[in-house]
Design a protein around this ligand. Structure first.
Ligand code: HEC
Ligand code: HEC
Length: 281
């Protein structure tokens, strides 16, 4: 009897615990991977508002869709094909989640969805390119290329991305060109991509080094401007950089002359100084 009782207690404890952690897991997963593209009741972002999606679609479909959206559409599933058409062929990336993970996320969506029938919030932010402040565009450009360091030490965007305007250096080609990112994904969408990158490579680059809200705003301004054929971004002021390189180069040359001078004049005495110089460069 005593054992039976403690058995029940233990089961209750374990069960209670696993339910609580499944709940947290759903929330964590949503905030880590889905939030860049979806809201729950906040309106359409890059993908559809997921409020009450569990009442619109059955669980098995959601699980299959979330894990392999494109494969589901390719298989001819009518709902997946319709979604893809509605979003102009913008495919949601496959999510490396287990069935239970997806169930946990669905649980989180179900718990936090506004009551059905509540009007969808129209949260799309519209800013005209002509209203963007020049200094914010420039700050965004400098952050993008790394002339201005990101406050929390994240990698400059152009180590992986490029844009089709004249930047100091050409950007990386690891990831997609971002020239038309704002028209494609909206300002809010691009902002969310930085706040919670849904792509592993980019997520790792900013792990513990998040881009601040102010920086995100400036980069979004810059990317919106870079998509405008009419707007030009002021070229980088090379003057200061050249001056810095010039002084650095002069010191370097003087150093070499100094070493050569030492070698020429009194090689044996100064050999040790020379060796030290060489080993410290
Ligand atoms: C990079 C952006 C992106 C990420 C990240 C993303 N989605 Fe999506 N999602 C989309 C897009 C775009 C669509 C609609 C177009 C399509 O069919 O791919 C979509 C559609 C959906 C749909 C179908 C909605 C409906 O109305 O039927 C569900 C469900 C969904 N996503 C769930 C998730 C979940 C859960 C996650 C996180 C684990 C997630 N998505 C992560 C972009 C994304
Ligand atoms: C370490 C590399 C890396 C860095 C640094 C990086 N990204 Fe990304 N980013 C990626 C990868 C990989 C993707 C996934 C899409 C792809 O493969 O092109 C991506 C996707 C994106 C997308 C979605 C693109 C689309 O059209 O679907 C946006 C927007 C974006 N990044 C913006 C930024 C911004 C802004 C910065 C700087 C704050 C940045 N990224 C820094 C690697 C990076």
């Amino acid at each position: 009897m005593k054992y039976l009782f403690s058995g029940i207690l233990l089961t209750a404890l374990l069960f209670g615990n696993s339910t609580a952690s499944a709940q947290d897991r759903g929330e964590d997963l949503f905030n880590q991977t889905c939030v860049a593209c979806h809201t729950i009741g906040g309106g359409r972002l890059i993908g559809p508002d997921l409020a009450n999606v569990h009442t619109r679609r059955d669980e098995a479909w959601i699980i299959r869709f979330v894990k392999t959206p494109q494969a589901l559409a390719n298989s001819g599933d009518a709902d997946a094909v319709a979604l893809l058409a509605e979003y102009n062929g913008l495919v949601m990336p496959d999510q490396a989640l287990s069935d239970d993970d997806v169930r946990a996320v669905i649980g989180f969506i179900a718990r936090t969805s506004p009551a059905a029938g509540v009007a969808e919030a129209a949260a799309v932010e519209e800013v005209s390119a002509a209203d963007l402040a020049e200094e914010r565009i420039l700050l965004g450009r400098n952050l993008f290329v790394g002339i201005t360091r990101l406050e929390n030490g994240g990698a400059a965007c152009n180590s992986c991305h490029s844009v089709d305007i004249d930047l100091v250096m050409t950007g990386g080609s690891l990831a997609i060109n971002l020239t038309d990112a704002v028209p494609r994904l909206t300002r809010m969408g691009v902002n969310a991509m930085m706040a919670a990158p849904p792509f592993p490579v980019m997520r790792d680059a900013f792990k513990g080094k998040s881009v601040t809200e102010d920086e995100r705003g400036a980069i979004v301004d810059f990317l919106q401007a870079s998509a405008e054929p009419g707007l030009t971004v002021e070229p980088v002021d090379y003057g200061q950089q050249l001056l810095a390189y010039g002084i650095g180069g002069l010191i370097f040359l003087l150093g070499i002359f100094f070493i050569l001078g030492l070698r020429g004049s009194n090689r044996s005495v100064n050999q040790s100084i020379y060796d030290r110089q060489i080993s410290s460069t």
